[in-house]
Design a protein around this ligand. Structure first.
Ligand code: 0PR
Length: 377
């Protein structure tokens, strides 16, 4: 078939997809990739980090990217990989924890608020997830986490920016108990990793969550969420390089000689790593701080207005750019259905609607949402 016909077909077929610019997507933790990152990504599509002998310079850029992300997370010496996303990052972290612990019937302690990627990881790795309840701030209950420790525990996971409410677990306390019991501690900052480092500078409350805490062994941080990078771009960072030896696979026959792989994927996108490298250099801390400032300004505007609407309330004061909306008057599922009828893409969690305010969100989008919410009520 001629290319122009196929292009037309695709345009017609893809029309049903929502767009971030429509202002209707308030449920996504992804956004329009930055235009510079898109240009760089397109230019280097053939780069394959699975064969570093062919692409040694790309492999070096990947490591520089990891060091830059490490600096953001208080450890420029961190090692790790640019991976396909938060799911792969979390799987690799638990894979390492499991292999290091060398325990049969291993268990992993996570908060009930942990992302479903941990369910996938535990199934794949034959680990049992021990799900711990939350305290009244919707954070992992540290006492319950400590009580859940058994001789079979291979890891504790804390979330720095939960999927539902953007809550940060008490990582300092988790670091203390993981240290005391000599257990691997993984932090899932897939969403929060590009937000939390800027909160203090912007005058918001910030909790410690990164490598500053002595027992944090690994951190998931996703450039394809608040990092504005093209999909797929996930990040898995380790306190030191020796940790990855627990899962490294020797590949003896590659062009550059023997190579070690410690990612789940073999052939993997070098364009992702190069694009993240370029974007980190281009935006720098100041650029990302401005992105976070925009999102948080809108988040708090939304919170203020929601509180004013009779019958609606927020679930908890937000830490990040995620807001839970609840109602004591109307079943929240009905409000959700009405919003959907009006074209809004929002997420329904048990008992609340989740709104994620991303870089593509504009003040007018929030105003329109608030107007519709008032009408629905
Ligand atoms: N960890 C946390 C804390 C997450 O929130 C997510 C994804 C992951 C890990 C997994 O990351 P990947 O999806 O990159 O593997 N959280 C979003 C969510 O479930 C993912 C998402 C993004 C969903 C955009 C929908 C969407 O339109 O809400």
């Amino acid at each position: 078939m001629p290319q122009n016909i196929i292009r037309k077909m695709l345009e017609a077929k893809l029309q049903r997809d929502l767009t971030y610019s429509s202002g209707k997507i308030l449920c996504s933790m992804c956004t329009n990739p930055h235009s510079f990152a898109k240009q760089i990504y397109r230019k280097y599509l053939e780069k394959n980090l699975g064969d570093p002998g062919l692409f040694p310079a790309s492999a070096e850029l990947e490591q520089e990217t990891i060091h830059m992300l490490g600096s953001l997370l208080s450890n420029p010496e961190a090692s790790g990989s640019i991976v396909s996303g938060g799911t792969e990052a979390n799987i690799i972290a638990l894979w390492i924890a499991r292999n290091l612990a060398k325990k049969d019937c291993g268990e992993v302690i996570v908060p009930v608020s942990a992302h479903y990627s941990f369910d996938k990881a535990s199934d794949l790795l034959n680990l049992k997830l021990i799900k711990v309840n939350l305290n009244h701030h919707f954070q992992m209950d540290v006492k319950a986490a400590e009580k859940a420790i058994t001789p079979r525990t291979v890891a504790i996971v804390g979330v720095a920016g939960t999927t539902g409410l953007g809550v940060v677990d008490p990582m300092r306390e988790l670091s203390e108990i993981a240290l005391a019991h000599n257990i691997y501690l993984h932090v899932d900052a897939a969403f929060g990793g590009f937000v939390l480092p800027f909160l203090k500078e912007l005058g918001y409350n910030a909790l410690d969550f990164d490598f500053r805490l002595p027992r944090v062994c690994s951190i998931t941080i996703d450039p394809h969420k608040m990092g504005l990078a093209p999909i797929p771009s996930g990040g898995i960072l380790f306190r030191n390089a020796s940790l990855t030896e627990a899962v490294s696979t020797r590949v003896p026959y590659l062009a550059g000689g023997e190579a070690e792989q410690s990612t789940l994927l073999g052939t993997r996108s070098g364009a992702s790593a190069v694009a993240v490298w370029a974007l980190l250099r281009h935006l720098g801390r100041a650029g990302y701080r401005a992105v976070v400032e925009h999102c948080l300004m809108l988040t708090w505007k939304l919170v203020k207005e929601i509180k004013r609407i009779d019958g609606l309330d927020i679930v908890t004061e937000p830490t990040l750019n995620v807001v839970g909306i609840k109602s004591d008057r109307i079943d929240i599922r009905l409000i959700f259905q009405e919003l959907r009828k009006r074209g809004w893409a929002v997420s329904l969690f048990p008992g609340f609607i989740r709104i994620v305010i991303m870089p593509h969100t504009k003040p007018s989008h929030i105003r329109n949402l608030l107007e519709d919410l008032k009408r629905i009520l």
